[in-house]
Design a protein around this ligand. Sequence first.
Ligand code: PBG
Length: 324
Amino acid sequence: MPFPATRLRRLRATPVLRDLVRETRLSPADMVLPLFVEAGPHAGRTPIAALPGIERLSISAAVEEAGEAAALGLPAVLLFGIPEHKDAEGTGAYDDEGIVQLATRAIKDAHPGLVVMTDVCLCEYTDHGHCGLLRVDGAVDNDPSAELIARTAVSHARAGADVVAPSDMMDGRIGAVRAALDEDGFADTPIVAYSAKFASAFYGPFREAAGSTPAFGDRRAYQMDPANGSEAVREALLDVQEGADVVMVKPALAYLDVIRRVKEATNLPVAAYNVSGEYAMIKAAAAAGALDERAAVLETLTSIRRAGADIVITYHAKDACQWL
Ligand code: PBG
C-alpha cells in the first residue's frame, strides 16, 4: 500500500525503534586489527607517518598491543612482519626464527585466547619488493613462488599461528598451502584467502609502513584489474575449490559490489580488508576538520558489513571498539 497508508518514517521515529529494525550490526567480534611487527634493535613503537595512530611495533610492543586488542573484545590480530634483512628469495618469510614466527610465539604465549592470523607473502622480505621469485626477464615466477608461500604458511603454523592468510595472488597457492599444511600436521589450520586482491592505489601507506614498495614495475601482472567483478568471483570460487575456509576481498570501499557478489557466489565467510589508503583518507579528512571521524568510521565499517562481509580487517578496529 502506498503513501499515505505506508509511512517508512514510522520506524525511524526513535532510537529504540531504529535499533529494533536495524538490518546490519557492527560489533568488536567482527573485526580484526592488523599489526606491523618490526625485527631488529628498535625497541618499542615507531609511528608511521602515512598511517596516523598506527605504529611499527617491536615484539614486546606487539604483545602489549595484542593484549589491548583482546581486552577491547577483538577476536583476532593479523600480523605483518618487517624483517631486518631482505634478499632476492625472501628467505626471511619462511625462516622459523623470522619476525612473524617470533612475534606469533610471543603473542600466543601471552594471550592464548586471541586468534593470531598471519599475512603470508614474500613482498616484505624480497629486496625487489615483489610478492614472489623473479625470472630473468623480471616477471614473477608463479609456481616456485607458490611453493615458497606454502613453506611460509607452514612455518607460521609451526610457530603457533591459528589462521594463515596468503596475500600474494599466485595461481594455485591456496591448493599448495592446503597440501603443505596437511602434510605437516596442520590439517586443522584454516586458510583466509586473499582471493580478490586488486592492484590498488589504496595500498600506498601500507607499503610505506612495511617497506614493500616494488623496486621496479607494479603488481598488475598478479593482482587483479580494478575493473573486473566477474573475474573476482572466479578467483574466489577457485580458492574455494583449492581449500579456502574464508575468502577475502581487498580493498573494501571501492569494491563493495565485489564483496556482495563473492558472498552470494561462495556462501563462505567473507572477509573484507579496509586497507591503509582507506584509513588514511578518513584520518586526513578528520584532521582537516572536514568530517566527524567517529561517525565516518562507524558508517564505513557498517557499509562493509552491509555489503556482505562477515569479517572486517581494519586499522580503525581499536577506535571502533571504544565507540561501539
Ligand atoms: C602484501 C600486502 C599488501 C597489503 C596487505 N598485504 C600490500 C600490497 O599488496 O602491496 C595491503 C594492506 C593495506 O594497504 O592496508 N602483499
